[in-house]
Design a protein around this ligand. Structure first.
Ligand SMILES: [Zn+2]
Length: 368
């Protein structure tokens, strides 16, 4: 067990699964005797298996714990900041005499409960094949975006310069590309990806893709009309994803100290068109924002989510989780003035002025 103090002054006990005293699986939560205040009367420690966070209900103790194995990435992040803090405070690199927890070393388990760990998700073969087929076409899809006039016009009408899209790895899958003899094997798998703008995604499980359908889109057709068309029964889905999916963002290692979170892929392209750097903007594209995905160098997150109720609710939930994980959060809500429900729509209507609030919020946090 290691006790660390977050930048908010909150004390967190980082524990190993093997340190839990007589844990009992209660479904979503695990209950255990609290080894922090040393109780063996009541299982006062209650831990959420999905997040690794737990709490001791004994009023005199009230410990907050994080179980390493159930949230490795976050535990690693917290330990990383902790050790760095110690090194700065100590002048010389004097590490405490406990090592960062590693499974199977030094710690003698009280109880071995391997069944507590969630089983790894097995990915159906077709999803693995689909992802592989898209990866193989990555270069061809980017070329296709350049030579397909209709796809270029679509970007243009959304106010996105072709070079901005290309620089972030965006492509297009034309139906004809699937008709060639060489594509016989992949044709069935990729049929649903035909006539889509395809965006590469990053996740801790590797690269994925999300595709936006251009089915029956014609130059001059606005986004609302096209959306309505795609929502009719029998139409293709507006967006589809691979497994794993992930964020439309730069690689995790490239992210700077301060980043901006937006909802949609086109919102990210909008902010890049407006002059933000590619590594500063992360589009969630419907993927939750697990705090453990933020690499240790990221300290501040500006939330520029959509202005609707869903976006606001998601925003405050996210802000809580991030603050709990030691990130600084800055809210940058989209104005509800009826001039567009997302950054891209506002960009099309108002131009550069539409993104001024994001610049303001961001330069505030970056210089802080
Ligand atoms: Zn306790």
């Amino acid at each position: 067990m290691i006790t660390i103090t977050t930048r908010q002054g909150k004390q967190v006990e980082i524990v190993l699964e093997s340190e839990l005293c007589s844990p009992v699986d209660m479904g979503e939560r695990v209950r255990a005797y609290c080894h922090i205040h040393g109780s063996d009367h009541q299982r006062s420690l209650s831990i959420n298996k999905a997040t690794g966070w737990g709490h001791c209900f004994n009023a005199a103790c009230g410990a907050t714990v994080l179980v390493v194995e159930w949230n490795r990435a976050l535990a690693k992040r917290l330990l990383h900041s902790h050790y760095r803090g110690l090194m700065i405070a100590g002048g010389t690199a004097t590490l405490p005499d406990y090592a960062p927890p590693e499974r199977g070393t030094r710690y003698r388990p009280y109880v071995v409960q391997p069944m507590l760990l969630p089983p790894p998700r097995s990915i159906p073969q077709w999803q693995q094949d689909e992802l592989q087929a898209l990866r193989e076409l990555d270069g061809q899809m980017r070329c296709a975006l350049v030579y397909t006039r209709r796809a270029r016009m679509y970007l243009n009408e959304r106010g996105i310069p072709l070079k901005v899209a290309l620089a972030t790895g965006v492509g297009y899958l034309p139906s004809d590309l699937l008709n060639g003899r060489a594509m016989r094997r992949q044709r069935g798998l990729l049929r649903r990806w035909a006539d889509r703008i395809v965006f590469p995604l990053n996740s801790l499980d590797g690269r994925g893709y999300i595709g936006r359908s251009l089915w029956h889109w014609q130059p001059g057709m606005n986004e609302t009309a096209h959306k309505a068309l795609l929502e009719r029964p029998g139409s293709p889905k507006r967006w589809i994803k691979t497994y794993p999916a992930g964020w439309f963002s730069a690689d995790f290692e490239e992210m700077p100290r301060a980043v901006i979170l937006v909802e949609g892929a086109f919102d990210r392209l909008t902010l890049l068109a407006a002059g933000f750097a590619a590594n500063e903007i992360i589009a969630l594209v419907g993927t939750a924002a697990p705090v453990e995905w933020f690499p240790a160098q990221v300290k501040t997150v500006a939330l520029a989510l959509d202005g609707d109720e869903g976006g606001q609710e998601a925003g405050s939930r996210l802000a809580d989780q991030m603050e709990q994980a030691g990130l600084r959060v800055k809210m940058c809500p989209l104005s509800q003035d009826g001039r567009g429900k997302d950054w891209n729509e506002r960009w099309q209507r108002m131009g550069r002025k539409s993104v001024a609030p994001v610049f303001e919020a961001f330069y505030g946090v970056r210089s802080a």
